[in-house]
Write a protein that binds this ligand. Structure first.
Ligand code: 5GP
Ligand code: MN
Length: 333
């Protein structure tokens, strides 16, 4: 065991070599990191002749369907071999896999992640908090396994990096990340294609929804908090769906003077999904943790059970507890 109570790379490699059947698990509301990381390790294990299935509760988002093996992702499968190992990617808690996760043997589980505050829920926990994406944690595992870096694997891993660095704009874009990305491009990852598929492929309805959300946003300039909300009615008006909300919070964060951006999504009855982004002063992972959520210093989320008004009040309280005296009165929808 390493210092933080995690597994060593050698232990991870030994466990992967000892098993023949795997299920790669990505989190609900999947992004390019959780999915790309699982696909990359899955493709590597297939090279070694292993049997690999991919579980994801939600459908593959439109902008990730170009990924190799994305068509093999399932919500349900038939009977799995008895000694199947479940591998979890990019989730600080197993609950992030969703309630439809098939039963698995906890003794045969691997948790690969880079989140702060990972609950280390698996038998083997390989958590590197300094990595820009879970995909680059997988890259270390693949290198230790000695699998070939194919263009397909490279494309999956570059997708994880571009997702979690906001296409190389976020502060986690270190010289190492750029060097790794260059090597992935040399191995055949098509950066143009990833950019086009993930970042320049917006539906008309998504941009209409963006307009509606920006028209309703509020700014507490003193506290540096920008927030807005979308609800089911707004989605219906724009002929948009929950996937079309993805980029809104980033557009709040880029506003001059914004320290914390908050998007409230009241799309499902009885719950509000909250997305938080920080410019680096405030740790939004701590803010989300007050409501049972988590994430990273600069990007976090949580789910509030109740109505929009209650969610806004709860986030304002959580922000105050973290030293941000935000006045967040009116719900803008
Ligand atoms: P997003 O706002 O894009 O949904 O999520 C931002 C970050 O916070 C991601 O790294 C995501 O994994 C994490 N996150 C979002 N929602 C939750 C949650 O409910 N619980 C935990 N633990 N992490 C979350
Ligand atoms: Mn990630």
């Amino acid at each position: 065991m390493s210092a933080e109570g995690g597994a060593t790379l050698e232990q991870v490699v030994t466990a992967l070599c000892e098993h023949e059947s795997f299920v790669m698990v990505s989190h609900v509301k999947p992004d390019g990191d959780t999915l790309g990381a699982g696909l990359a390790l899955g493709l590597g294990l297939k090279q070694l002749g292993k049997r690999v299935a991919y579980f994801q509760q939600d459908p593959v988002p439109r902008n990730l369907r170009f990924l190799p093996d994305a068509g093999a992702v399932r919500r349900e499968f038939g009977t799995l071999p008895e000694r199947t190992m479940f591998c979890f990617f990019d989730m600080s808690d197993v609950a992030r896999a969703g309630p439809f996760l098939p039963p698995f043997d906890p003794a045969r589980s691997l948790n690969v992640d880079h989140h702060l505050g990972n609950t280390r829920f698996a038998a083997l926990n390989y958590i590197l908090e300094t990595e820009a994406s879970t995909g680059t944690v997988v890259l270390r595992i693949l290198q230790a396994l000695g699998t070939a870096m194919t263009p397909q694997i490279a494309e999956c891993i570059l997708t994880t990096v571009m997702t979690d660095t906001g296409a190389f704009m976020h502060s986690n874009t270190t010289p190492d990340v750029l060097r790794t990305s260059a090597r992935l491009m040399e191995a055949g990852a098509d950066k143009e294609r990833i950019t086009r598929e993930i970042f320049a492929n917006k539906r008309f309805s998504a941009q209409r929804l963006m307009g509606e959300a920006l028209a309703r946003m509020r700014f507490d300039q003193e506290a540096g908090v920008v927030w807005t909300a979308v609800d089911a009615q707004m989605l219906a008006q724009c002929e948009a769906d929950a996937e079309d909300t993805e980029d809104i919070v980033q557009q709040l964060r880029v506003i001059d003077g914004c320290k914390v951006a908050v998007l409230f999504k009241a799309v499902e009855p009885g719950e509000v999904r909250v997305s938080l982004r920080s410019n680096g002063e405030v740790n939004v992972q701590c803010v989300a943790a007050h409501l049972g959520g988590g994430g990273h210093f600069r990007a976090a989320g949580c789910t509030f059970e109740g109505a929009l008004d209650g969610a806004v009040t709860a986030i304002a309280e959580a922000l105050r507890a973290e030293g941000v005296a935000a006045k967040m009165p009116a719900v803008p929808v």
